[in-house]
Design a protein around this ligand. Structure first.
Ligand code: FE2
Length: 428
């Protein structure tokens, strides 16, 4: 809990020359006039660069992260080989190994200014090793990172023996969100039944819901319709999230024109995972080949909250990634063709404020009374941050600088040209 004065910052909404004072870990003042700070307050010169609330990952799998190469590498890079690999790895997992990998990933996250993660945790293993491990990790990282856990029946709630019992046990242990995977059940009817069971479970316990939903190219995979209907029936408005929703990419437009108002009625949140969706969807297509992302701009246009997730980093499904939510936002810009100025800023919000709202994080944002959590980026505005995957110059948690990085600059040795180049650009 530190006191910190950040001077001469730009904020994501475009305000310049802003000063932010954090006292005892909370934001005390945000002003365009100089702020008198108490003696002994640490100072940070933002040098007219972008000060943002920290990044938030709305969809991740921390139990699998950084397991790349164990027990072997996914040679084809396909979903099917990834599922095989995870099946081979699961019996070999130990709690210590999961904790060690998860803590290492959280170090990466902090260095990237990513200070809140919603992680699904596989509860289909009767030992519930991963749930136990991630509950321990949640406790250990709490001083510097908010970890929210989702009880995720990876092999299907009805398809996998003991999944419902295990999921309930995980909730009893302190996992705080109800997960699901209706498109992986044996039939569409079983998928719908799993949605009913899980949303009722959440309603009875007063919990949020976040389901892997319709992660498929099948235009007839329509569990989001059921999820929206159950959300409305049970009064869970605003507390339910549909993750992936990739089948919406392939659905008939007329049907989508009926579906969108149902989602609005239920205030269902949406999480898209562009790095994974662009690599895994459309794999059965020859050409034309579908991109497979859900309809992000259309969902946002209807007023629905859309956040982005990293989903995987160096695990059986995806051998790339480095906890960089600007890489995630950049992929959404490209794959969803969100290249208007407004849409690019929307993509930045989808990894900051919108993702925080999906998680229901209290005290998030650069406003008086909120937590002193921020990241100083080597960029002038959110669009430039995405363009450059901007360096995180300082990462601040409750007023304390918990990570620093040197500015990215290259030295040039060219006659008649500057000695250094830093890639920043101001429209002139
Ligand atoms: Fe996922």
């Amino acid at each position: 809990m530190n006191d910190l004065l950040i001077e001469n910052a730009r904020l994501p909404d475009g305000r310049r020359g802003m000063h932010v004072l954090v006292l005892a870990g909370s934001i005390d003042a945000v002003s365009d006039a100089p702020i008198a700070a108490p003696e002994g307050t640490e100072r940070l010169d933002a040098a007219d660069l972008l000060l943002s609330p920290p990044f938030v990952d709305a969809h991740f799998h921390l139990d699998a992260a950084l397991s790349y190469g164990q027990p072997r590498v996914n040679q084809s890079g396909t979903l099917l080989e990834g599922i095989e690999l995870w099946g081979e790895l699961k019996p070999q997992l130990t709690q210590e190994a999961i904790v060690e990998r998860a803590l290492r990933y959280c170090d990466w996250a902090v260095a990237r200014g990513l200070l809140a993660i919603r992680s699904h945790v596989d509860v289909c293993d009767d030992r519930l090793l991963a749930a136990e491990a991630l509950i321990e990790v949640r406790h250990r990282v709490a001083p510097y990172l908010d970890l929210q856990l989702v009880a995720f029946p990876q092999d299907g709630l009805l398809r996998s023996p003991n999944a419902l019992t295990n999921l309930t046990r995980a909730l009893d242990m302190g996992v705080e969100v109800v997960g699901g995977i209706p498109h992986f059940e044996r039939t569409m009817a079983d998928g719908a039944e799993s949605v009913r069971i899980l949303t009722e479970l959440a309603a009875n316990r007063g919990l949020m819901v976040d389901m892997h939903c319709d992660e498929s190219d099948d235009p007839m995979s329509r569990h989001i319709e059921t999820l929206a209907a159950q959300t409305h029936r049970l009064g869970l408005h605003g507390r339910v999230t549909g993750s992936h929703l990739t089948s919406m990419h392939s659905m008939d437009n007329y049907y989508v024109s009926k579906l969108l108002p149902l989602m609005v009625e239920a205030q269902v949140n949406v999480v898209s995972n562009p790095l994974i969706n662009i690599t895994i969807q459309g794999r059965h297509d020859t050409y034309p080949k579908r991109r497979g992302l859900t309809r992000i701009p259309e969902l946002r246009e209807k007023g629905l909250r859309v956040a982005l997730g990293h989903d995987c980093v160096m695990d059986p499904w995806y051998s790339l990634g480095s906890a960089d939510m600007l890489e995630v936002a950049g992929m959404a810009v490209h794959a969803a063709q969100m290249t208007s100025q407004d849409a690019m800023r929307d993509c930045f919000e989808a990894v900051t404020t919108d993702a925080a709202a999906v998680l229901g994080l209290p005290g998030y944002g650069i406003e008086p009374g909120h937590h002193g959590d921020m990241v100083l980026l080597q960029a002038k505005d959110p669009v430039e941050a995405i363009r450059l995957r901007a360096q995180r110059l300082a990462v601040i948690r409750r007023g304390r600088i918990i990570a620093r990085a040197e500015p990215v600059r290259s030295a040039l040795a060219l006659p008649g040209r500057p000695a250094q180049v830093d890639f920043l650009h101001e429209a002139r």
